[in-house]
Design a protein around this ligand. Structure first.
Ligand code: SAM
Length: 282
């Protein structure tokens, strides 16, 4: 069982490596994950002058969308990986969003005073934290009394063909070890109530969770594969182990499988996320 530091080191390497793929496919990813960000924002109780903290911001969402809603407020975008936050800063500049700053830090050790923020968002970050309970206690510490925390995670693989198709194609050629149940992986927090229980353990009240559908839309099966193979960590790691001929067979298998999702000249592959909201006690 790796230590928490080893998990963080592994995550740093993984996400620094994936950053270029996330930047290249930014508009496709933004459209796919947008409905989850919107659902989270609706439950954060945002005020125009709020101080907001976005955890595991990656390339900046939903923090940048939140900043655009806070004309008199400010958003701090945080992530373990500088390469991801550099993209977030470029995206902020491109959109003319000035009320944001970036800070490299781990979710379990936040460099902020107690009760600093009115609200906190964590979109698709929880699955990668070595210690979700410690991280949530940190979020409660830096939240003001009455402030809201809203996170999202992926629901089980069967509900997320946008990624499982690629993994099935890879499995036709590569023996992929099942992920460590308690280690970082996309589906680690998929069980209903998993994150809610952690919120309750950190003392949050009015905890609720609900599911939000997403759709990955690409121009073609070929573009689907190019995108997935350049930004999904499991796929990138598996493909790095094989030679060119094997990669080509995997690509062909994925393109054949995803063809079932073609409609109206596009490829539309569904997925399902879960949002979890809670409030810091007064
Ligand atoms: C799937 S990306 C999510 C990015 C963004 N929030 C979004 O929804 O588009 C996950 C992010 O979690 C970050 N991460 C992994 N472990 C972390 C940790 N212990 N503390 C903070 N961020 C972490 C990664 O660097 C990566 O940028």
């Amino acid at each position: 069982m790796p230590s928490d530091d080893e998990i963080r080191d592994g995550q740093r390497v993984t996400w620094a490596h994936l950053a270029a793929g996330w930047e290249k496919w930014d508009s496709v990813i933004t459209d796919q994950l947008g409905p989850v960000g919107v659902a989270m924002i609706e439950h954060l109780g945002l005020g125009r002058d709020h101080q907001h903290l976005d955890i595991a911001s990656g390339t900046g969402e939903p923090g940048l969308s939140i900043a655009a809603l806070l004309p008199h407020g400010r958003v701090v975008l945080t992530d373990l990986v500088a390469e991801m936050l550099d993209i977030a800063a470029r995206r902020a500049a491109a959109r003319g969003i000035e009320n944001v700053e970036t800070r490299v830090c781990s979710a379990e050790a936040l460099p902020f005073d107690d009760a600093t923020f009115d609200s906190i968002s964590v979109r698709f970050g929880y699955m990668f934290f070595p210690d979700v309970a410690t991280a949530t206690t940190e979020f409660a510490r830096v939240l003001k009394p009455g402030g809201r925390l809203c996170a999202s995670v992926w629901v089980k693989p069967e509900e997320n063909p946008w990624t499982t198709i690629a993994m099935q194609a890879i499995a036709t050629e590569v023996a992929v070890a099942p992920p460590d149940r308690d280690g970082p992986n996309m589906f680690r927090c998929a069980a209903p109530g998993c994150v809610s229980a952690v919120y309750q353990g950190a003392g949050l009240r009015d905890v609720a969770e609900w599911d939000v559908g997403v759709e990955l839309v690409t121009d073609s099966p070929e573009q689907y594969w190019e995108m997935i193979s350049e930004h999904v960590s499991l796929a990138v790691a598996a493909l790095a182990q094989v030679d060119e001929a094997t990669r080509e067979r995997i690509r062909a298998a994925a393109i054949a499988m995803v063809g079932a999702f073609e409609s109206d000249g596009k490829v539309r592959v569904p997925g399902l996320a879960r949002c979890i909201v809670g409030t810091n006690p007064d």
